[in-house]
Write a protein that binds this ligand. Structure first.
Ligand SMILES: CC(C)(COP(=O)(O)OP(=O)(O)OC[C@H]1O[C@@H](n2cnc3c(N)ncnc32)[C@H](O)[C@@H]1OP(=O)(O)O)[C@@H](O)C(=O)NCCC(=O)NCCS
Length: 324
């Protein structure tokens, strides 16, 4: 029988008692877990190291049962700044059993992804986490919340359908292990880190390529978020002009490429392939043994470019628009 979550869940707001959290001296292993451990949804502002460790353990337990991969975006989780609630954590005593992360890549859309420990499924935990997240998304001015679901995840698809969510788009997750294929062409391309003078042109490129724009910062925290969102940007120059951009972000032994875009009047000349080839070489030179990226399933042009460099598909992810 599923217990009624609403009747026994309490909500731990930021600033609540730290003494029961991991890292406060109580390890998951040395605490007994029993019926007295009332479920708590923590609205987390930032994720401290012990919580990140609990999250990694939860991910391992989930992937061991479900296989595949979860789009948890570890660089984002590690880089949470702490001024906003971006993660919801389901605790029972010191055991982290559920997680839902909010990923803000610019209005109007927020992405949500999460997981529930295999031992406590079908108790309504994911539903409760989503119910707690949606008001936060609305408060922050998003008009679309996309739940990211791995294609292989039957339970997650059933969850999306139980919530009345509609499939909005699907993306392949690709990975390159080893050297990128191909030799350098065309020679005139220059790929270098973003400098302040590039910002207006790069903002236009990202808005044009992905239809998303970052809001003008209202305060210091907003300005800092904007600055962070531009970190790790590489700019493609031809003849001194900005003609493309991407972000290259390192994560442990891997790296991710995000938002590769080439100006429409410069497409079809091999600039994207050459810029990505160089970015992959750069990632390898900086210690990454694999490079990951995502591409819309219907974007045959980009898919062809990536596979020609040696990228292969790891999984496909479906993005469901939740009723708001
Ligand atoms: C998807 C996932 C988060 C669901 O967590 P959960 O806490 O078990 O989900 P809930 O109990 O809130 O389920 C709500 C409804 O979704 C549907 N559902 C969930 N799991 C299901 C399953 N295995 N089979 C059929 N329907 C299922 C049901 O309609 C369910 O309501 P019901 O139990 O009253 O029939 C969990 O299975 C999981 O962690 N999967 C791996 C991670 C993942 O895929 N994450 C991406 C999605 S965020």
């Amino acid at each position: 029988m599923c217990p009624d979550i609403d009747t026994f869940t309490t909500i731990r707001e930021p600033g609540a008692d730290e003494s029961t959290r991991p890292g406060s001296g109580n390890s998951v292993e040395d605490r007994s877990f029993g019926a007295h451990d009332v479920p708590v949804i923590e609205h987390a502002r930032g994720l401290r190291t012990p919580v990140l460790q609990s999250l990694a353990e939860l991910e391992r337990r989930v992937v061991a049962v479900d296989g595949g991969r979860l789009k948890l975006e570890w660089p984002d989780l590690r880089g949470r700044r702490g001024d906003l609630v971006e993660d919801l954590l389901w605790w029972e005593g010191d055991r982290l059993l559920g997680f839902l992360g909010l990923y803000d890549y610019g209005v109007p859309t927020v992405e949500l992804t999460g997981m529930v420990d295999p031992s406590v499924r079908r108790r309504g935990i994911a539903t409760a986490l989503l119910a707690a997240a949606l008001p936060l998304c609305r408060e922050r001015g998003f008009d679309t919340a996309l739940l990211v679901v791995p294609r292989e995840g039957a339970a997650a698809h059933a969850l999306a359908s139980s919530l009345g969510a509609a499939l909005a788009r699907s993306e392949h997750a690709l990975e390159l292990l080893g050297e990128p294929a191909g030799s350098p062409t065309p020679p005139e391309l220059d790929l270098r880190p973003l400098v302040p003078d590039d910002i207006p042109a790069v903002d236009v490129l990202f808005a044009m390529g992905f239809g998303q724009s970052l809001p003008a910062p209202q305060d210091e925290a907003g300005a800092e978020r904007l600055r962070l969102s531009r970190e790790n940007t590489l700019v493609i120059h031809v003849g001194g002009a900005v003609v493309g951009a991407m972000r290259l972000i390192h994560d442990g032994e891997g790296a991710g490429v995000y938002g590769l875009v080439v100006r429409p009047d410069h497409r079809g000349r091999g600039l994207g392939r050459e810029a990505l080839r160089r970015a992959c070489l750069r990632a390898r030179a900086e210690g990454a043994s694999r490079v990951q990226l995502e591409v819309a399933v219907e974007n045959d042009t980009a898919l062809g470019l990536y596979t020609s460099l040696g990228f292969t598909r790891v999984t496909t992810e479906d993005y469901y628009a939740l009723p708001f």
